[in-house]
Design a protein around this ligand. Structure first.
Ligand SMILES: *[C@@H]1O[C@H](CO)[C@@H](O)[C@H](O)[C@H]1NC(C)=O
Ligand SMILES: *[C@@H]1O[C@H](CO)[C@@H](O)[C@H](O)[C@H]1NC(C)=O
Ligand SMILES: *[C@@H]1O[C@H](CO)[C@@H](O)[C@H](O)[C@H]1NC(C)=O
Ligand SMILES: *[C@@H]1O[C@H](CO)[C@@H](O)[C@H](O)[C@H]1NC(C)=O
Ligand SMILES: *[C@@H]1O[C@H](CO)[C@@H](O)[C@H](O)[C@H]1NC(C)=O
Ligand SMILES: *[C@@H]1O[C@H](CO)[C@@H](O)[C@H](O)[C@H]1NC(C)=O
Ligand SMILES: *[C@@H]1O[C@H](CO)[C@@H](O)[C@H](O)[C@H]1NC(C)=O
Ligand SMILES: *[C@@H]1O[C@H](CO)[C@@H](O)[C@H](O)[C@H]1NC(C)=O
Ligand SMILES: *[C@@H]1O[C@H](CO)[C@@H](O)[C@H](O)[C@H]1NC(C)=O
Ligand SMILES: *[C@@H]1O[C@H](CO)[C@@H](O)[C@H](O)[C@H]1NC(C)=O
Ligand SMILES: *[C@@H]1O[C@H](CO)[C@@H](O)[C@H](O)[C@H]1NC(C)=O
Length: 388
């Protein structure tokens, strides 16, 4: 006796499965516009959209309706521009899907979330378009070398949060005018596939115990636009320069009782200016040390001519923040922005040998379980998002 699922697989209708997630469903069918928008979606899928057939008209109201338990939930969002801030505190798996004709192409995204805020005298956390963190305290940036002291005993938040085909914009100002976050992740595991994140300053914040994986996504900014304390891996994506300020990356390391590899890792991606009218040749820095334990590695990326010859830079001209614990590195980068003479003369960018790079060459080697330093916390990553 064949199960319904086996029949569907045999008939080719069920092209199956988001790996790792305890849900067998056809993401492409769920995201594809059909007369019943929820066709192909897993159980516990909520529909957000402007029309009366939807369960909710805002994404945040759908998020708030979901219980804080370990049952997987999905939110399917109909095309539109949503103007709201989204905060996710729940622990259980949650996937946000943008409805689209092309679930493997960011360029065709039809769902965008807009917010406009700048930090001013308040914490950066309040500005973000999207936040995934169990508590406000876990998401606060704070100040000083180790930032906001998250209260001891704060539990880890979402263990498996994913988004496909949605753009997030913080359009407070069309230039760097203070921290304006598009996404903020703390005490949570998060994966972003075919997404876009657009701001000018501090676009992406991966805070304490934040784990974030970006795949075929775009991150655009001008100043320190990947920053944080946690672990971020950017794979096969587009890093768009909308000007040069600070560095592309600015990270703070943390002293832990176990070894950690907190840092930002940008792999097999393209780093280039937003358009040809920007005159920034040789001006943008790969990064600068937010504290002296900064760790950033750009590996196997194409760099356009916007990148400055030295690669990385000191924090400020009178405050270098560079010591033997600072890792500002590259491995295998190429393109007009990779100036070998400039890198060597600058004496600030570590050009890693194969041996130095090896401990960082796969996601399994950098993403850790919270609180104990064990590597291999990757069950929340979709390694085959383009599989039909
Ligand atoms: C959401 O709407 C669908 C119909 O579009 C309905 O079948 C489903 O029960 C609704 N879910 C909730 C939680 O209201
Ligand atoms: C959600 O549940 C977890 C685990 O039970 C708990 O630690 C946490 O405080 C809850 N979060 C919220 C926002 O209620
Ligand atoms: C959303 O906004 C963009 C740019 O402002 C616009 O091109 C697009 O048509 C809007 N989409 C919808 C569904 O309104
Ligand atoms: C999200 O959290 C921030 C920080 O606590 C808060 O300022 C904002 O109002 C929250 N937004 C929503 C929609 O809950
Ligand atoms: C944040 O943490 C501080 C220090 O532990 C505490 O005083 C404050 O009440 C916390 N705030 C919230 C909203 O829980
Ligand atoms: C080029 O990009 C910059 C930065 O995003 C923007 O301000 C400017 O309007 C863009 N110019 C054109 C011609 O698109
Ligand atoms: C880590 O510990 C060293 C040595 O005690 C100290 O100099 C440094 O400031 C600490 N870094 C952070 C981020 O706490
Ligand atoms: C350098 O890093 C090591 C290992 O994380 C740490 O024990 C030490 O305190 C750090 N020293 C400084 C000056 O940051
Ligand atoms: C490469 O860097 C060197 C040293 O800083 C500089 O003299 C040279 O002009 C740079 N080349 C290009 C193409 O930018
Ligand atoms: C800077 O120069 C010193 C002395 O030659 C060398 O030991 C060090 O590795 C260089 N640092 C970088 C990042 O190239
Ligand atoms: C670390 O925590 C994870 C998740 O809780 C667990 O699977 C792993 O076994 C722990 N490792 C150690 C050495 O305790």
């Amino acid at each position: 006796m064949l199960s319904i699922r086996t029949l569907l697989v045999l008939s080719g209708l069920f092209h199956c499965c988001i790996p790792g997630l305890a849900l067998n469903y056809d993401r492409f069918l769920c995201q594809y516009p059909t007369s019943d928008p929820l066709e192909g979606c897993p159980p516990n899928t909520l529909l957000v959209g402007p029309s009366s057939q939807a369960n909710f008209t805002s994404i945040q109201s759908a998020v708030l309706s979901i219980p804080n338990d370990t049952t997987p939930y999905t939110i399917l969002i109909l095309p539109g521009n949503y103007s709201e801030q989204i905060n996710v505190t729940r622990v259980g798996p949650l996937t946000l899907l943008g409805q689209t004709l092309e679930p493997t192409s960011r360029a065709q995204n039809a769902v965008a979330v807009y917010w406009a805020a700048v930090a001013g005298t308040g914490d950066n956390a309040y500005t973000s378009t999207l936040t995934i963190a169990p508590t406000l305290n876990a998401s606060l940036t704070g100040s000083g070398p180790d930032g906001n002291p998250v209260p001891a005993g704060t539990p880890f938040g979402n263990t498996d949060f994913r988004i496909y085909n949605i753009d997030f914009v913080n359009d407070y100002a069309p230039y760097s005018d203070g921290p304006s976050l598009a996404v903020s992740v703390s005490y949570a595991n998060t994966g972003f596939y075919y997404c876009g994140f657009y701001s000018y300053q501090d676009t992406v914040y991966i805070g304490k115990l934040g784990n974030a994986y970006f795949y075929e996504s775009e991150v655009a900014g001008q100043t320190d636009f990947f920053y944080g304390f946690g672990t971020a891996w950017v794979q096969s994506s587009l890093v768009t320069l909308r000007g040069c300020g600070g560095g592309i990356t600015a990270w703070k390391g943390t002293n832990t009782t176990f070894e950690n590899k907190y840092g930002v890792y940008i792999h097999d991606s393209v780093v280039m200016k937003a358009n040809s009218s920007l005159e920034i040749e040789g001006q943008c820095a790969l990064g600068r040390p937010w504290n002296s334990q900064m760790r950033a590695i750009f590996a196997n990326n194409y760099l356009d001519d916007s990148i400055r010859p030295s690669g990385y830079i000191p924090w400020e001209s009178d405050t270098s923040r560079i010591d033997f614990n600072t890792t500002m590195a590259e491995y295998g980068d190429f393109g007009p922005g990779f100036n070998l003479t400039g890198r060597i003369e600058g004496n600030i960018t570590l050009l890693m040998t194969e041996e130095e790079y090896e401990p960082y060459d796969r996601v399994e080697k950098v993403f850790q379980f919270p609180f104990n330093g064990t590597y291999g916390n990757v069950a929340w990553i979709d390694f085959a998002p383009s599989r039909p």
